[in-house]
Ligand binder design. Structure first.
Ligand SMILES: [Zn+2]
Length: 435
């Protein structure tokens, strides 16, 4: 990619802004299951468009090169092998302006000759603390996929509530109640009922009795959920206190997603580092007066952590401070009941490998493995990428398996974490929280 600091005359743009479907089809990590609410480092449009079915010829024509390129990528990652360039299908690339002339479909190939490692299986059994799957998923197929990637257990944060939750528990716990861990959700549509807090706490208690192990709070709390007065419900709304308290009492961690990447709170313009992603998903933006600031919503969340020291909280996506690990560390220092998962943030962590490695070493007892995917999804590229990031010293590689960077336009580097730290992140920390 053109780097303005290295070449002031060169500016990048993308030809795909006007053709989002083309970008979408290039997603080799595609599946139709829910990412929309929670996953902010990939392309939810992608998932919908790439689902099998009839569509414009464009899709079908481009699916095949995408699949071939995935094969090519897979072959290229053989340990120690040189990786040939991935050749994206025609029409996907970057438009570069040089001295007034435009070059379209630009996709430069790094000339680096460095080690490239394919990591098919986690070095130690992994617990994926951040998954989303729907009840239609096949538990037997998922177990096979988990075995293939050395995933010991997977946590579904989309357990739901009421009948949906019951159906999820029945289907998955009938097959394996140790390896499928279900977290429940809350029905916030009842927020205006006078006994909302106690009733929600009672629902969590009942869910726990049925085998639910934790509670997941989506980012809609603080940013989208409004009560009858029209007011956004803040994360630290006192009506929710009984909920946090019952989780502490029952030993159920609360995995909470609050706020989002910095870029999602910034204007959608050419200075936004995730401009192209926000062009595809303008609804992912929380910029403007309709929303609290990012700092405000995170402060609301931190007040909950402080008010409920007996409850374990897991901040999704590095507590949504992956761009500022000093701030992430400060939150962990202030709140001994706080843990973080790394799901959906390897792109951010891997572009600051020295700082990130220090963070992982310093907070090795507080970090949990998670992907924001689920076992068996497509060819499971995310597991391989995450393992490679944590375990290897590979440099300058893609944080995605798309033909196009789905979040920001950069590469990542591996952290080559020590074995003792890998063990903690893959499962030991989880086992301490949820014995
Ligand atoms: Zn998620």
């Amino acid at each position: 990619m053109a780097d303005a600091s290295a070449d002031a005359d060169t500016v990048t743009d993308t030809v795909t802004d006007a053709d989002t479907d083309t970008v979408a089809v290039a997603d080799t990590d595609a599946d139709a299951v829910t990412d929309t609410d929670t996953d902010t480092d990939t392309d939810a449009v992608t998932d919908a468009v790439a689902a099998p079915g009839p569509g414009p010829h464009l899709y079908n024509r481009r699916m095949r090169p995408a699949a071939l390129s995935l094969l090519f990528l897979t072959l290229s990652l053989t340990p120690g092998c040189r990786a040939p360039a991935i050749t994206p299908p025609p029409g996907i690339g970057t438009m570069v302006y040089v001295n007034g002339a435009a070059i379209t479909n630009y996709h430069p190939t790094p000339a680096l000759r460095t080690r490239r490692t394919l990591v098919d299986r986690a070095k130690y059994p992994a617990v994926d603390v951040h998954c989303h799957w729907e009840v239609e998923a096949d538990p037997v197929a998922m177990l096979a996929a988990m075995d293939e990637r050395n995933v010991r257990a997977a946590v579904n944060l989309s357990g739901g509530f009421g009948d949906d939750l019951d159906a999820m528990l029945e289907r998955f716990h009938a097959v394996d109640s140790d390896r499928f861990i279900i977290f429940c959700n809350i029905d916030f549509s009842r927020i205006d009922e006078p006994d909302f807090g106690p009733a929600a706490a009672a629902a969590v208690r009942a869910a726990h009795a049925k085998g639910v192990r934790g509670l997941k709070i989506f980012k809609s709390l603080g940013l989208r959920i409004r009560d009858g007065s029209g007011r956004l419900v803040p994360v630290d709304d006192p009506r929710l206190d009984p909920l946090w308290a019952v989780c502490g009492e029952l030993g159920m961690p609360v995995l909470i997603h609050t706020a989002d990447p910095v870029a999602f709170f910034a204007p959608i313009d050419e200075r936004n580092e995730r401009w192209m992603q926000l062009k595809r998903h303008p609804d992912w933006s929380f910029h403007g007066e309709a929303f609290p600031t990012r700092d405000e919503v995170l402060a609301q969340r931190d007040r909950v952590f402080a008010r409920h020291p007996g409850t374990i909280f897991i901040g999704a996506h590095v507590g949504n401070n992956a761009e500022d690990l000093t701030a992430a560390a400060a939150a962990l220092d202030r709140h001994p009941n706080l843990y973080v998962d790394i799901s959906g943030r390897v792109a951010e962590l891997g572009r600051q490998p020295y700082t990130a490695r220090r963070f992982f070493l310093d907070y090795q007892d507080r970090i949990l493995f998670g992907t924001d995917r689920y076992p068996g999804r497509a060819d499971q590229p995310r597991y391989r990428i995450y393992y490679r990031f944590l375990e290897t010293a590979d440099e300058h590689f893609d944080y995605h398996a798309h033909h196009f960077p789905p979040a920001g336009d950069w590469k990542i580097n591996g952290l080559h974490l020590p074995d003792a730290v890998l063990k903690k992140i893959y499962h030991e920390n989880f086992d301490r929280i949820l014995p």
